[in-house]
Design a protein around this ligand. Structure first.
Ligand code: THU
Length: 157
């Protein structure tokens, strides 16, 4: 038996170091936290997607009294983009969150496993990696391609 190392390198930076488009997408994700419907967890997540045609689509978590019926911010944004622009590739995704204290998270917020799986599908459709921007007050993680967050992805083909 041999061990195989799965290595993943991501970047950490500050808002000013991002391009204007990236900064704008992060701002949209932050703004979207204010429209989150999270009466149960009080954890407000915002997401914003930038498509190849320059259109930006936002999403925020939508909770439900029957808990599994709710949906994360990332999937709300990605599914909305897919519903409106089915043939336009997703280029970037920004995520931000406010905790129960109403403050933006200090550490960058990372997508849950189900959202990672949906991001994989968006990359497959786009036929290229998606740049993922994870906002935290401390720093922003810049991740080029979901495989860095979810190695050994399931592929049907
Ligand atoms: N949530 C997201 O919106 N995105 C994630 O990637 C993780 C969790 C939401 C789901 C739920 O409404 C709240 O955060 C607390 O888990």
């Amino acid at each position: 038996m041999e061990s195989i190392e799965l290595k993943s390198v991501i970047m950490a930076c500050h808002l000013e170091e991002l391009t204007t488009e990236e900064q704008h997408l992060v701002e949209l994700a932050i703004e979207a936290t204010n429209r989150s419907y999270a009466p149960y967890s009080r954890f407000c997540v915002g997401a914003a997607v930038r498509l190849a045609n320059g259109v930006e689509v936002v999403g925020c978590n939508q909770e439900n009294v029957a808990y599994p019926s709710g949906l994360c911010a990332e999937r709300t944004a990605l599914f909305s983009a897919g519903a409106q622009y089915p043939d336009t590739p997703v280029e970037m995704l920004a995520i931000a969150a406010k905790g129960t204290d109403g403050e933006l998270q200090y550490e960058p917020i990372a997508p849950c496993g189900s959202c990672r799986q949906v991001i994989i599908e968006a990359e497959t459709r786009a036929k290229h990696p998606i740049r993922i921007l994870l906002y935290g007050k401390k720093c922003i993680y810049v991740i080029d391609g979901i495989e860095k967050l979810m190695p050994l992805t399931f592929s049907e083909f």
